[in-house]
Design a protein around this ligand. Structure first.
Ligand SMILES: [Zn+2]
Length: 162
């Protein structure tokens, strides 16, 4: 028996204004997108902004539903829109922002497992490691270069081959 170890590398910024201007703008786009969240049940509004390789910014927000599983996260809302409308482009950077009506979101918000799986697929078909910026209402940001840092052992297309 051997033990396999996987390591992650996460950059931590005390405030998003420490990022470069392009990334600051992307976080601010995610903040704006969170204002369009439909989150009457969780009262947790999430915004996501994607930077595509031609400079296009695509945003999304969480869209809840009274039948809870029918809703969708901000990240997948944005990624599926980008996939449907810009299928020839890939995602360079994905920013996430969240705020709650009930408390101050102090910790950077990481994507859920389902969104990580979808990000993994778009990263694979885009043939480009995705940079992910996870931010918070206090301005603190965690950033990673590549899904491997937050989804080290993904289920991918190779699993479907012999
Ligand atoms: Zn999600």
């Amino acid at each position: 028996m051997q033990v396999l170890k996987f390591t992650s590398q996460v950059e931590e910024y005390n405030h998003y204004l420490e990022l470069n201007l392009e990334e600051q703008k992307l976080i601010e786009s995610a903040m704006g997108a969170a204002k369009n969240a439909y989150a009457p049940y969780s009262k947790f509004s999430v915004g996501s902004a994607l930077l595509l390789n031609d400079g296009t910014i695509v945003t999304g927000s969480n869209q809840e539903n009274v039948a809870y599983p029918s809703g969708l996260c901000a990240e997948r809302t944005a990624m599926f829109w980008a996939g449907a409308n810009h299928p020839d482009k890939h995602i360079v950077t994905l920013a996430i922002f969240a705020e709650s009506e009930d408390f101050v979101v102090e910790k950077p918000v990481y994507p859920c497992g389902s969104c990580r799986q979808v990000m993994s697929e778009y990263e694979r078909i885009g043939k480009h490691p995705m940079r992910i910026l996870m931010s918070s209402a206090t301005g603190k940001v965690h950033a990673v270069n590549g899904l491997i840092n937050i989804l080290p052992v993904a289920f991918d297309a190779d699993n479907l081959k012999r």
